[in-house]
Design a protein around this ligand. Structure first.
Ligand SMILES: Cc1ncc(COP(=O)(O)O)c(C=O)c1O
Length: 451
């Protein structure tokens, strides 16, 4: 059985990784693709419960990453487990693209109620974030009869060839794959901590204005006529690129550009959605701004593979056979998603906002203490801490970030890097203030040991 609430701190009882973990890592090196972007530290999981992960050697880690923002309700939440078991006893699969079952319209209806999209929506079900993005790209092309897309530097939208054409957070994702499959042009992301011109901080209004200017006065007047643009794909909080929230004025202006030019605003909430930011969606922080098409995955299924592309009903106007997927919207994954949304609505979104603010406050105190912390930012439980060499040049300090990540692991806490020199905090949304106190103590010690 699993330890319960009385477990307050990580328990590390072997060297890391321990002997049983090492066996698995060796087998993995022999039989599994070397392309996975694993961090320097090596975590092998055998069990997960709540905010805790246990490895095969009996070490117990405090999980502040949630399987990269997936285990929104924590590991093996009893109500999620129950919903999955119940569904597997009734119907596991029937290929919703050819037949019907209740779960698909049930989740479609729920998403229509909660997604920040004007009016009625329709949903296409997928198995992952990248697949939801592929759907959005095909739909935007089909609906607008246009082919070009605008994406942002630092963005991550997946690794399938269409999604990869948008993705630009690291060279390794592109290297070796030659030309882009799709006609995508990249523009700077509105990062107020690093203006694209000089990599230095500026205010929100300036970065918003400069990026909007770039799109309207540079792109639209030269290589990318707006009447040929099918969609602009935006992460409202950039994820893999460094956990960077887009300013309100920017998101509003992007909506205006789309409205004026018949361009689809495609909002990728794969990482930022499902309560992660303290509201159900990151776009909910931007009052009055709605998406045309939204992509969801990760946290929606509490760990079961499900993605969704949700669009305005009048936009999802494609013909029978235009797009489908054998497994997409599998009843077991939907059962998990419906239960996840219920748990989110019944307190976890609120907890993400409250406990996330408490965590951010603690991280800001550490920023005052350590001059190697350049920036603390984010919303809810989607928080980034960017490490720099010094407060004057603010040069990114990737080496230090990696060292801190390792020191946290050695002390029994799981966090993961993103961007060039940022540590992301994306814990399960059940995290408590008591967990935060433990996490901050470990983070503090790890920084002190690394500088
Ligand atoms: C914002 C965003 N979009 C899309 C994806 C791709 O999702 P998947 O890995 O499920 O294909 C990710 C994955 O990290 C993501 O963060």
């Amino acid at each position: 059985m699993t330890p319960t609430a009385e477990l307050q701190k990580p328990i590390i009882k072997t060297e890391l990784p321990g002997p049983k973990s090492r066996e698995i890592i060796e087998a993995d090196a022999k039989y599994v693709t070397p392309s996975y972007p694993r961090p320097d530290y090596k975590l092998v999981a055998e069990k997960g419960y709540g905010v805790w992960i246990e490895d095969p050697d009996g070490n117990i880690f405090l999980d502040c990453n949630a399987g990269v923002a997936v285990c929104s309700t924590g590991h093996c939440h009893p109500e999620i487990v129950e919903a999955i078991i119940k569904q597997t006893q009734t119907l596991i699969h029937l290929c919703g693209t050819d037949y019907y079952y209740k779960q698909m319209p049930d989740l479609g209806k729920k998403l229509s109620e909660i997604c920040p999209i004007e009016g009625d929506t329709k949903t296409h079900f997928a198995n992952s974030g990248a697949e939801a993005i592929e759907t959005a790209l095909k739909l935007a092309m089909y609906h607008t009869r246009r082919q070009k897309f605008i994406s942002f530097f630092g963005s991550f939208h997946g690794r399938t060839l269409g999604a990869l054409s948008l993705t630009s957070s690291k060279k390794a994702q592109r290297l070796g794959f030659m030309r882009q499959a799709l006609d995508v042009v990249h523009v700077p992301y509105p990062n107020k901590f690093r203006h694209f011109a000089d990599e230095m901080p500026c205010d929100e209004e300036k970065i918003s204005r400069d990026v909007i200017n770039w799109i309207e006065n540079r792109l639209f007047k030269t290589t990318t006529p707006p009447e040929e643009v099918a969609g602009i794909v935006l992460e409202v909080v950039q994820g893999e690129g460094g956990y960077i929230p887009a300013p309100k004025s920017f998101v509003k202006e992007l909506r205006r550009i789309c409205d004026e030019n018949g361009i689809m605003l495609i909002v990728d909430e794969v990482q930022s959605g499902m309560g992660r930011t303290g509201k159900m969606f990151a776009l909910d922080h931007h009052e009055g701004v709605k998406a045309d098409i939204m992509c969801l995955a990760k946290g929606i299924g509490s760990g079961l593979p499900i993605g969704a592309c949700v669009a305005r009903a009048d936009i999802m106007d494609w013909h029978k056979g235009a797009h489908a997927s054998t497994f997409g919207g599998n009843p077991v994954c939907i059962a998990s998603a419906l239960k996840t949304i219920e748990l989110l609505e019944n307190g976890l979104v609120e907890n993400s906002g409250e406990v996330g603010a408490y965590l951010q406050e603690g991280l800001n105190k550490l920023k005052d203490k350590y001059e190697v912390i350049g920036d603390v930012r984010g919303l809810g439980m989607m928080l980034g801490v960017e490490f720099v060499t010094d407060q004057e040049t603010l040069a990114p300090n990737a080496e230090l970030r990696d060292k801190i990540e390792m020191e946290c692991f050695n002390r029994g806490m799981i966090i993961l890097g993103c961007g060039t020199s940022t540590i992301r905090w994306s814990p399960p949304l059940i995290l408590t203030k008591e967990n935060v106190d433990v996490a901050l103590e470990i983070f503090d010690e790890a920084i002190a040991a690394s500088i």
